[in-house]
Each structure stands twice: as structure tokens, then as C-alpha cells.
Design a protein around this ligand. Structure first.
Ligand code: HEC
Length: 116
């Protein structure tokens, strides 16, 4: 009985070592996360920049109307035609005089829309 217990115990240690060596090391874990949060794809980078504009120049106001109807990285592609219409064709957005987009921000949005 005692021999069996020792064998199981040693086997457990062996498995732990194996798991640790084969990809449970923290450095690999953080490496994986940073790879995901900093996309290297230039299209994604542009989208990120466009999202920053939507977040700081559009969501700040839309949030007051309806907190559930704000632009996010997930829904911005879906809303792209509306954004294009409101910002570039009808020029209704950003609404009012307080919030303005710089020429650079217009260009970033335009570049992002052209990648879709
Ligand atoms: C100062 C407030 C304010 C800012 C800033 C603002 N919006 Fe709006 N937006 C509104 C309001 C209010 C509505 C809903 C009523 C309307 O359509 O005028 C709206 C509606 C919209 C709609 C829906 C229009 C439709 O056809 O139903 C889109 C798309 C939109 N905004 C895009 C933008 C974008 C893109 C920006 C940033 C570049 C922006 N808005 C900035 C106030 C704002």
C-alpha cells in the first residue's frame, strides 16, 4: 500500500514538472498576452487609431443619449457606413461646435473607412 502511495506521489511531481516545462512558464504566458493586445497588423493599428477618435470625440456625447449605443472595437465596422454618411457626406457629426475633429483625425477615419 505504501509503495503505491509513493509511486503516485512521484508520478504527480513528474507530471507537474512536465506541465511547467511545456508551456506553463509565466514568461510565455505574458508573451502571448502582449502579442494579442498589440496587434502587428497595420489594418488593426489603423482601426485602433480610428477607435480612439470615435471614443474621445463621439462616444463622449453619444453616451449621454444612450449609454448602450456607443462605438466599440466590436461594432465600429458595422456602423462604418453610418459614420461615413454622418461625418463625410452629410457632415452632421460631430454634432455642435464644441467637439471638432482635426484634419489629421478626419484623415485617420477616412483611411480606416477605405480599408473596409
Ligand atoms: C455633441 C454631441 C455629439 C457628438 C460629439 C457626436 N454625436 Fe453623433 N449623434 C448625436 C446625437 C444627439 C445623435 C442622435 C440624433 C441625430 O441623429 O441627430 C447622434 C447620432 C449619430 C449617428 C446615427 C445617425 C443615424 O442615421 O441614425 C451616427 C452614425 C453618429 N451620430 C456618428 C457620430 C460620429 C462618428 C461622431 C464623432 C466623429 C459623432 N457622432 C459625434 C450627438 C453627437
Amino acid at each position: 500500500m505504501k509503495k503505491v502511495t509513493v509511486t503516485i506521489f512521484l508520478f504527480g511531481i513528474l507530471i507537474s514538472c512536465f506541465m511547467f516545462l511545456s508551456g506553463f512558464s509565466p514568461s510565455e504566458l505574458t508573451g502571448e498576452i502582449s502579442k494579442k493586445s498589440i496587434p502587428t497588423d497595420p489594418g488593426n493599428e489603423l482601426k485602433q487609431q480610428a477607435f480612439e477618435i470615435l471614443k474621445t470625440k463621439c462616444n463622449v456625447c453619444h453616451r449621454k443619449q444612450n449609454p448602450f449605443k456607443i462605438f466599440s472595437l466590436r461594432n465600429m465596422n458595422k456602423h462604418a457606413p453610418k459614420i461615413k454618411e454622418q461625418v463625410f457626406i452629410k457632415k452632421r457629426m460631430p454634432k455642435g461646435d464644441k467637439i471638432r475633429l482635426t484634419a489629421e483625425e478626419y484623415q485617420t477615419l477616412k483611411n480606416w473607412l477605405s480599408t473596409l
